[in-house]
Design a protein around this ligand. Structure first.
Ligand code: SF4
Length: 154
């Protein structure tokens, strides 16, 4: 419930190079951590809960953008679930073909590194105030960052 609105299935990937001081999950930095899983295996887990939406976290999914883009496509093809993705990169720096493809298949991107001096425990779904909740479909359509607006019931 802290990885986006409502109940969610969170996929935590291994591997992150941002090394943000104060990172909540430094054990996830190791790219050799975790275990390999196929898109089909992850889909079985995701589809097992019909009410949970999906969050990609880590680590940083943008280091494995091709795999997560494939998973995001499968989620949108087979379910009505929305997809949130956390990354330590800022949106404007996500320019590789795989990263753009992942962006085209998610709903909200929480972007930017965790900055300890900007920490604010009252922020919704993020740790520091430099991080943005970006409405990705609207942003791609507009060609400029459009922030996600929370539903009144959250
Ligand atoms: S991007 Fe996230 S996982 Fe990576 S170092 Fe920063 S806070 Fe930790």
């Amino acid at each position: 419930m802290v990885d986006g609105p409502g109940f969610r299935t969170s996929i935590y990937c291994a591997g992150c190079r941002h090394q943000c001081p104060g990172c909540h999950n430094p054990q996830s930095w190791d790219f050799n951590g975790g275990r390999e899983m196929t898109t089909q295996q992850l889909m079985r887990i995701i589809e097992a809960d019909p009410y949970a939406n999906v969050t990609f976290s880590g680590g940083d999914p943008m280091y494995q953008a091709a795999g997560f883009a494939e998973l995001a496509r499968a989620i949108h093809e087979h379910t009505r679930k929305d997809i949130w993705c956390f990354t330590g990169f800022v949106y404007e720096s996500l320019i590789s073909e795989d990263q753009r493809e992942l962006l085209e298949n998610i709903d909200v991107l929480v972007d930017g590194p965790y900055v300890e001096r900007l920490r604010d425990p009252d922020l919704l779904f993020r740790g520091s105030s430099n991080q943005r909740l970006i409405d990705v479909p609207k942003t791609l359509y507009a060609g400029e960052v459009i922030l996600w607006q929370p539903d009144i019931s959250i």
